[in-house]
Design a protein around this ligand. Structure first.
Ligand SMILES: CCC(=O)SCCNC(=O)CCNC(=O)[C@H](O)C(C)(C)COP(=O)(O)OP(=O)(O)OC[C@H]1O[C@@H](n2cnc3c(N)ncnc32)[C@H](O)[C@@H]1OP(=O)(O)O
Length: 645
């Protein structure tokens, strides 16, 4: 097939000459000084890309487009059905706002390499803050608004942030999320206190500023705009960090994924045309949150690097105001490609099963729907295909990779879609399936999904100030490979199928969460002696967490009261994003004779999957006790209405 041969030719070219391939891709980026080497295998943990080159990500996102005549094109369209506000910002306007903000930050004494926490809702100022940091060579760390103060404090401490840029509140349907109390609590908890905070006051809720520490965003900006000072882009090494993005690890301590400047720009720019098939000037929409990697890569950096218009959407797929809101945005702004999580489509489908809202809008410019962040179930893909009459492209990647590892490269000529598969490895990624000893497995055999080193440009070079953890988490188990911690298989046509995680991470509505972290939170409850959290299948969110706890002797509260306290402690310590709503008191937890809790068996029981009594179990009767609890509460696929387990 002519189309698919394009992908195969490009992949083969990368395989035969990776340095030539990425060296060519790098010509799309402005360098202040050219890289001395496209790839240095002796640098870093597995080599580094574009060593010796200097550049600046903000320059490549804004300045060069304005210089090239794109100044009057919209860089960003803010569409907020939750507030009723809309705002279009051209590349020239974005450049002047970012420059003014950079002047403010520079005047606070921050220097290249210093860290800035950005704790903001989906407002244009959040994107400006990211770009202002990039302009100055600062390292930003964006924290998702659905996290609790404790998670924010962990991140402030880990990166030793000097400055926090925040807003008075975020907006969720039916409630205002006051950010300032969360920030104050986080700073009180943090061992390393940021020197100052810049606070954007939103009309929906203003907050008190702490004298001497907090500064009003708009007042500072008014002065900076009036001064209109030039703030040149600071040249940084290609290998210098652009940002740290924390992602769940197997403990409550998140992993600080580091992203560099040079490789990141090269890979993202390439992905916009090769994978997403969009042309500069077109409107691209990633309906995610800037707190996740999808937001970093495909709301902010990739579309701007590529000269696209990006949409910043502050709303939900349903309820703001209805299940037609996505189609309204697509029609109104001329979106050509939408990237979102399957959960969003499951929510839309539930509200509007016949897709009646679609007919109300002109979607003639819309070409492709991309899904990622969690497994895209065939039902949802088919529903979307029928509703929208455009290709629906599943693809697979991780916070660590920063851009798609496996996909269906629309820009290279779309390959046939196989439902349930995100398709084929993209150039840069030699994806293999190995058994637990590292032996490569043949087609259609389930095993560990690994990527042959080196990782391509854009992928994480290390974890922030934790090189040993980086090795232990990703490189040690399968020498010469990056461990994805996903399990799956590759079929005879080279299509990957992701089946499960190999660690305790669960995926709730496209959010990667650690059950270990939730257990750590529950263990802080004074009445809890021990606990276990598992992820069970959920028709809407893909997975949801369920907790089981055993109380200390002599506890007087009822099981329901303690369960409510356990749910609260997870929400207070991790945040609403954990979607932790099910906690059950049990007499005992099922364990092996060596004391390991049998979480995988519990999950299979709840999901109604085949399971066997593990040979090493201490007391098999405990499994029946827990099944009885799930049945009583009708929790888990096996025990919901109509199922008797
Ligand atoms: C490919 C690489 C990657 O995987 S990067 C990660 C990709 N993932 C994504 O893009 C996430 C996709 N998911 C979503 O956008 C949302 O889950 C969608 C589908 C829109 C549904 O949103 P929602 O209805 O709020 O459900 P939810 O499960 O997200 O929320 C659970 C509770 O958390 C809250 N929450 C959510 N966001 C915030 C926020 N920014 N600030 C404060 N709170 C937030 C929600 O309100 C909800 O709270 P509650 O339990 O109802 O009280």
């Amino acid at each position: 097939m002519a189309e698919s041969s394009s992908y195969h030719a490009v992949y083969q070219r990368w395989q035969s000459d990776p340095k030539g391939f990425w060296g060519d891709a790098a010509t799309a980026i402005d360098w202040f000084s050219d890289p001395e080497k496209v790839f240095d295998p002796d640098a870093g943990a597995y080599g580094r890309w574009f060593v010796g080159g200097t550049t600046n990500t903000c320059h490549n996102c804004l300045d060069r487009h304005v210089a090239a005549g794109r100044g009057s094109q919209n860089a960003l369209i803010y569409d907020s059905p939750i507030t009723g506000r809309k705002r279009a910002i051209t590349y020239a306007q974005m450049l002047s706002e970012v420059t003014a903000l950079a002047a403010i930050i520079r005047d606070r004494g921050l220097k290249a390499g210093d860290r800035v926490i950005i704790y903001m809702p989906m407002v244009p100022e959040a994107v400006m803050a990211m770009l202002a940091c990039a302009r100055l060579g600062l390292v930003h760390s964006v924290v998702f608004g659905g996290f609790a103060a404790n998670e924010l404090a962990t991140r402030i401490d880990d990166c030793a942030a000097r400055l926090v840029i925040t807003a008075s509140c975020g907006l969720e349907p039916g409630r205002i999320v006051a950010y300032k109390p969360l920030l104050d609590a986080a700073i009180a908890m943090a061992r390393i206190k940021p020197e100052s905070c810049i606070v954007l006051q939103r009309g929906e809720l203003s907050c008190e500023l702490t004298e001497g520490r907090d500064f009003d965003y708009e007042s500072l900006m008014a002065t900076a705009r009036a001064n209109a000072e030039a703030v040149p882009c600071v040249p940084v090494e290609a290998t210098d960090p652009l940002y740290i993005l924390y992602t769940s690890g197997t403990t409550g301590q998140p992993k600080g994924v580091v992203r560099d400047n040079g490789g990141h720009m090269v890979a993202l720019h390439w992905s916009m045309h090769a994978h997403y098939g969009v042309k500069p000037g077109e409107v691209f929409w990633a309906a995610s949150d800037i707190g996740w990697v999808v937001g970093h890569s495909y709301i902010v950096y990739a579309p701007l690097l590529h000269g696209n218009t990006t949409i910043l959407f502050e709303g939900k797929p349903v309820g703001t105001p209805d299940a037609g809101t996505f189609w309204r945005v697509i029609a109104e702004h001329g979106v050509v490609a939408l990237f979102t999580a399957p959960t969003a489509f499951r929510a839309i489908r539930k509200d509007d099963p016949k897709a009646e809202h679609v007919g109300r809008y002109d979607l003639s410019k819309f070409r492709t729907l991309f899904l990622a962040g969690e497994r895209a179930d065939p039902d949802t893909i088919q529903w979307a295909q029928n509703a929208l009459k455009v290709p629906v492209i599943d693809h697979w990647w991780q916070t660590e990779s920063g851009w798609p590892m496996v996909g269906n490269p629309v820009g290279l000529g779309q390959l046939p879609v196989k439902l349930g598969s995100p398709s084929v490895p993209l150039p840069g990624y030699d994806v293999q399936i190995v058994d637990d000893t590292g032996r490569q497995l043949g087609p259609n055999t389930l095993g560990n999904v690994v990527v042959k080193l080196p990782l391509p440009p854009g992928a994480l070079p290390t974890l922030w100030h934790a090189p040993e953890r980086f090795h232990k988490a990703y490189l040690d188990e399968f020498p010469g490979f990056y461990k994805t911690a996903d399990a799956g298989y590759i079929d005879e046509d080279g299509y990957l199928f992701i089946m499960a995680r190999t660690d305790d991470i669960i995926n709730v509505a496209g959010h990667r969460l650690s059950t270990g972290g939730m257990e750590e939170a529950i263990a802080t409850h004074p009445d809890v002696a021990e606990c276990a959290v598992i992820g069970i299948a959920d028709d809407m969110k893909g997975q949801i967490p369920v907790g089981f706890f055993v109380t200390n002797n002599g506890v007087e509260q009822s099981p329901e009261e303690i369960a409510a306290g356990v749910v609260k402690v997870v929400r207070d310590r991790i945040g609403p994003v954990a979607a932790f709503k099910n906690a059950f008191q049990v007499k005992r937890l099922p364990k092996t004779r060596s004391g390991k809790i049998l979480r995988a068996t519990l999950q299979k029981i709840a999901d109604g999957e085949d399971w066997k009594i593990p040979a090493t179990i201490d007391d098999p009767a405990i499994l029946d006790e827990i099944a009885a609890v799930l049945k009583e509460h009708r929790v888990g696929k096996a025990f919901r209405e109509g199922n008797d387990g």
